[in-house]
Design a protein around this ligand. Sequence first.
Ligand code: CAA
Length: 413
Amino acid sequence: MSPKSVGIDAMAFHGPECFIDMADLAVARGVEPAKYIKGLGQTAMAVPTPCEDTVSLAIAAGRKALDAFGIDPTQIGTLVVGTETGVDHSKPVATYVHEHLKLSSNCRSFETKHACLGGTAGLTAAVDWIASGRARGRKALVVAADIARYGLNTPGEPTQGAGAVAFVLSENPRLLEVDLDIYGDYTRQVMDFWRPLYSKYAFADGHYSINCYLDALAGSWSDAMGKPGAAAGMPIGNFDACFYHVPFVKMAQKAHHRHWEAELGRAVAKEDTGLMAKINASFEQRVGPWLRLNSEVGNIYTGSLFLALMDYLRQVDAAREGKAISLFAYGSGCGASMLLAKVAQGAAGFGTRLDPQADIDRRRRLDLAEYEAITRAGESVDGNDGPELDPSSWKLGAGVYYRGTRNHMRQYG
Ligand code: CAA
């Protein structure tokens, strides 16, 4: 029999142990700090050392999610890692995560890729698996893990970051119930952001990519509006919070504006001061309060939407239980999904288990020279039979880290 309620039962974030302050980066690049801090909305950016790759971030986030919510690894029947920064053309990151978290050998596992949409593609596949009844009471673990790299001295440099958000999906979830009936999808072939097989760094047509994102939002919104019940369920006024993919915090503000335009059925110019005041107030109420984690971590590609959601869930109180929210995921190239969900009854009791703030506050602040040295070191660590990588040389704590490649096989320890 198909379950009535499916959604997120557990959640955790894990990010790199170092960061650079955006004001330091701005000064070094000869840019007004206000451009990065106010113009892009970023205060800091996570910087992964060469030992912290997509695999190590995904393992740590997955372990935190299972441990914090008391989930037995043998209950996991599906494992998906959504990433656009996988470590092998063939072998999925999921197999390393599967081994280190000691999941059942009868768990299916795979990797999903569609730029920043991969984690959401994993979520919807897992939700469908549970809703169809094929999970037979088992749960799915989805990890959205990425390292956003544009390179030193590029326009994309201030929109880098790294991290992983892991979430467990189940019947009768403790945190969030996903709406199984109202959702929208959108796909279009565009070259707004891409990373060829030979490059560690992404290529982006930055301003064009912003337009592609906003058009995809309108496209997936109108697909969702075609579903039965959407006219009553979709108005922004119904939502306690609206979440968007957050490559940089200011993007969520642009997205909320376009969301309103989709609902109003027309463009709203800055000169329309009455409507602008209404949209800005809506942003302050429904979007702005949940963007602090994104502003401190930076872009984590496929996990960015879920980092904003975690920021909300860590602050949920009893009055918010049962409230509706919207989620918009965008993957360059491009694909997008609009989803609706509802805060589960009892979710308010899990705020402290979810909260990653203490880990974020413990990160080590890098100066510019260290940040540049770490970035350059990261360019050559994937080659075969190089020197063994030592996590202590970057002052990393306990954990599973990438140690170099031997006989063409990545080593973790
Ligand atoms: N004080 C305050 N604000 C300032 C300022 C100052 N001194 N100087 C500039 N600003 C503002 C600008 O007005 C602008 O704000 P608005 O967009 O609201 O007008 C903002 O700061 C950024 O300024 P620019 O547009 O001039 O910045 P830029 O040309 O250097 O590039 C960028 C910005 C296009 C985002 C670039 O960083 C980039 O290419 N990033 C990578 C691509 C990207 O993130 N695309 C997002 C959509 S695609 C996607 O979402 C998928 C993904 O994850 C990559």
